[in-house]
Design a protein. Structure first.
Length: 191
């Protein structure tokens, strides 16, 4: 929790009262590999900060195929924001890909914090800006880059994730088949 508080204080001035409230609404948890934090179809009211480990969010389409939307590694936030902000059932499942350490927040408690401590809203606004930029870049990359270029960017962004993410997780994130991912890896190994 100290690390997250430091991260927040690096970006905004946080009063002692705001810090104490923030700590009071958080729950630190160790979650084992395979744990499902959000299941597609359920009501969502939790947001997670990743202290360590790796989580992923994905959806399953009508034909039963998985599509990975996001990987969340150290210092990243993850949830089903569509479900939270539109009061719909979850469209995503969030699972732990390896043993992870997270901090869990109720979305309602965070909203109360924004009202009670406006300085915290600036921190959250910064998070949302980074998230929007990241999503737009990802969409543009899907539209404009080759599969090999997307894989190279993935490796830059997620480094050692291949150690614990299954091939089909990575392939679905990149929007390619597992066979295409294998071919790209073989071609890269030859170079």
């Amino acid at each position: 929790m100290k690390e997250l508080i430091k991260k927040i204080k690096d970006q905004i001035q946080l009063s002692i009262e705001a810090e104490e409230y923030f700590i009071s609404i958080s729950k630190e948890k160790a979650v084992p590999k395979g744990t499902i934090l959000i299941r597609q179809g359920q009501i969502v009211n939790k947001i997670f900060f990743v202290k360590g480990g790796c989580l992923r969010s994905y959806c399953i389409d009508k034909s039963g195929k998985e599509h990975t939307l996001q990987f969340a590694i150290k210092n990243w936030w993850i949830s089903d924001y569509i479900a939270i902000y539109s009061n719909d059932a979850a469209t995503l499942t969030v699972e732990c890909l390896k043993d992870s350490s997270i901090i869990e927040f109720s979305s309602k408690d965070l909203d109360k914090m924004f009202t009670r401590f406006p300085e915290f809203e600036a921190f959250q606004r910064g998070n949302l800006k980074r998230h929007i930029v990241s999503l737009q870049r990802r969409i543009l990359n899907q539209l404009q880059l080759s599969a090999t270029e997307r894989y190279d960017l993935f490796l830059e962004q997620y480094g050692d994730i291949e150690q614990y993410a299954a091939n089909y997780h990575i392939a679905s994130y990149l929007g390619i088949t597992q066979q295409s991912l294998s071919r790209i890896r073989v071609e890269k190994a030859k170079k």
